[in-house]
Design a protein around this ligand. Structure first.
Ligand SMILES: C[S@@+](CC[C@H](N)C(=O)[O-])C[C@H]1O[C@@H](n2cnc3c(N)ncnc32)[C@H](O)[C@@H]1O
Length: 326
């Protein structure tokens, strides 16, 4: 009997889908541990561009599974009904603050997202390993997944302790990746999936929230735990045509530090849970200890560091304009 042909849509460990990056099990990043130790019963694969890529949004608003052997060329893409279009709406009405112009320019090339010079390749570069800010390389070099020692918190993300590492304040760390579904969800209450992220990508919180589900697929950011005084901040950011929820170091992160964001009061309320972070003794209600205020304060420090990055992008653009002159 001839061997069974694998279904073209089936995802296999270490296999390739389309032209995208290899699917790498988390164990590859922690070669001294087995997958079982790293993530019990894991089905979680590291994925990059596929699910967060707006080209995967079908016209009917459902996310498309990666089936094509090649991605469409940028000029063939109809972006009128994709997440980036919603993102453009948001540009007119920035979500955080009017003065943080950089937030709406492409993180890779520094241009406005509707500039034809800024295309999907900006996003791909960050993910393909070619870019200096490549998420894969960053994780492999600087971070590790290990157990926090706390039953409640489980696994977490740490700056590698096998050496002296320092990640400067303001550094871009990566962004939240998962399967994208059109949102918003019906709320956290009753939903046992604790890996959902719902960023606002348009002007309306009620309508413009895709669901990023890192329950089964995601990258290392899905392992970041919550702290009532977080050392990692987050912001909605543009990379090429893709709007992402990006993470930045709020302060210098040193070897052994656990990277933590603040999940938000609603997360804890919605899942009916208390926080077990090390900032406060015992289990505590983050709303009562002022965690969101702490997070905002830490975030504004990171904004200050990021503002310097914005300046450097603008400067580099001016420089290239000058150098093009005859
Ligand atoms: C996005 S996951 C983080 C990764 C998770 N620790 C793991 O091992 O896969 C979120 C879940 O981690 C746990 N967790 C994270 N931070 C926590 C905290 N400060 N206190 C209690 N549980 C926490 C909760 O179970 C929460 O629902």
């Amino acid at each position: 009997m001839p061997p069974k042909k694998a279904s073209p849509t089936r995802v296999t460990k270490g296999g390739r889908l389309g032209h995208g990056p290899r699917w790498t099990a988390f164990e590859a990043w922690n070669s001294d541990r087995t997958t079982k130790e790293v993530i019990p019963g894991t089905v979680c694969k590291q994925i990059n561009s596929f699910y967060a890529d707006p080209r995967r949004w079908a016209k009917n608003g459902n996310p498309e599974r990666p089936r094509k052997s090649t991605l469409p060329k940028t000029e063939d893409i109809d972006v009128s009904d994709c997440i980036s279009n919603r993102a453009r709406l948001a540009i007119a009405e920035p979500i955080f603050r009017a003065d943080t112009k950089y937030c709406w320019t492409c993180f890779q090339c520094g241009r406005q997202p509707d500039d034809p010079e800024c295309d999907f390749s900006c996003y791909d570069e960050i993910h393909s390993g070619g870019g200096s800010k490549s998420m894969n390389n960053f994780f492999r070099k600087w971070l590790e997944i290990r157990h926090t020692g706390s039953e409640e918190r489980g696994y977490g993300i740490f700056v590698k302790s096998t050496g002296r590492y320092e990640i400067p304040a303001g550094s871009y760390l990566g962004h939240y990746i998962g399967e994208i579904a059109p949102g918003p969800s019906k709320g956290v209450g009753g939903n046992s999936n604790r890996y959902l992220y719902e960023p606002q990508v348009g002007p309306s919180w009620d309508a413009d929230r895709p669901i990023i589900d890192a329950g089964k697929m995601g990258n290392w950011t899905r392992f970041m735990n919550s702290s009532c005084n977080p050392n990692v901040g987050e912001c909605i950011m543009q990379i090429g045509k893709v709007r992402v929820i990006a993470f930045f170091a709020n302060k210098t992160l040193k070897s052994g530090d656990e990277l933590c964001i603040y999940y938000g009061d609603d997360y804890f309320k919605g899942h009916d849970m208390l926080c077990s972070c090390d900032e406060y003794e015992g289990k505590h209600d983050p709303a009562e200890v002022g965690a969101s205020m702490n997070a905002e304060l830490r975030q504004s420090e990171s904004w200050a560091a990021n503002a310097n990055m914005a300046v450097s992008y603008e400067e580099s653009e001016v420089e290239s304009e000058i150098s093009e002159e005859p």
